[in-house]
Design a protein around this ligand. Structure first.
Ligand code: ADP
Ligand code: MG
Ligand code: MG
Length: 249
């Protein structure tokens, strides 16, 4: 599904990613772990198509298509979903309006017509119910005054509605209490499917107690320095990243 080959990325003339190779098969969950500053968020921004990140070498294929040549909205339409560390608050925009706009933008890019109000309401209600999201929360402006857990629920709701094939989640667990963590994990686990893959970026192991990854990668100084199974996350929890920081240096 996702094939990253020898990816080099610069920000403001400084090389941040220094040759990333990553292959994500259909239906798998890959965790990317690593010390702060190793380039994890940079990788997610590049996949999202953020402008200031300059790809100087390498390629990214998404189901055989050159992802790097696609505009951010084309990526979303093709089935790429990104969840970021800090969800934005949009005071003037209602949560429902936001969800509907996102969903219709995706449909339009796919050449599908807009959803009618009843169709949209039915989809949202079903998903919200599954994820324990109150109708009161849906009436508020996007993310404004939401608790950490509510923001996460909302993000999982977006994910459920957009039904992506690739979900990239960047430290979506940071700053969450155990209940919010469980919401994210349950949401992800509920959406696991043979044709859907996840790249879960996290600094800490604890999220991976709830979302059991198929593959764990350690990133350090812009490279993937080790790849293993779920046991690698446990080892990191125990030993920390000290070995990898020195190895990369
Ligand atoms: P991580 O998510 O693993 O903590 P980041 O991808 O956020 O790492 O950052 C990797 C490195 O790139 C850091 O040294 C950071 O300072 C630098 N960096 C990231 N984004 C920018 C930016 N927009 N401008 C300048 N430096 C950046
Ligand atoms: Mg960081
Ligand atoms: Mg980060």
């Amino acid at each position: 599904m996702l094939e990253i080959k020898n990816l080099h990325v610069e920000v403001e003339g400084k090389e941040i990613l220094r040759g990333i190779d990553l292959s994500v098969e259909d239906g798998t969950v890959h965790a990317i772990m690593g010390p702060n500053g190793s380039g994890k968020s940079t990788l997610s921004y590049v996949l999202a198509g953020k402008e200031e990140y300059e790809v100087t070498a390498g390629e990214v294929l998404f189901n055989g298509r050159n992802l790097l040549e696609m505009e951010p909205d084309e990526r979303a339409a093709a089935g790429v979903f990104l969840a970021f560390q800090y969800p934005i608050e949009i005071p003037g925009v209602g949560t429902m309006t936001f969800l509907r706009t996102a969903l219709n933008a995706q449909r339009k890019a796919r050449g599908e017509g807009e959803l009618s109000t009843p169709e949209f309401m039915r989809l949202v209600r079903e998903a919200a119910q599954r994820l324990n999201i109150s109708s009161e929360m849906l009436k508020r402006p996007l993310n404004v005054g939401f608790s950490g857990g509510e923001k996460k629920r909302n993000e999982i709701l977006q994910m459920a509605l957009l039904a992506p094939t690739l979900c990239v989640m960047d430290e979506t667990d940071s700053g969450l209490d155990i209940d919010a963590l469980r919401i994210v994990a349950e949401g992800v686990n509920a959406l696991r499917a043979p044709n859907r893959s996840f790249v879960v970026i996290t600094h800490y192991q604890r999220l991976l107690n709830h979302i059991v990854p198929d593959v764990v990668h350690v990133m350090s100084r812009g490279r993937i320095v080790r790849t293993g199974g779920p046991e690698l996350a446990l080892e990191l929890e125990e030993k920390g990243y000290a070995d990898y920081v020195e190895e990369a240096a």
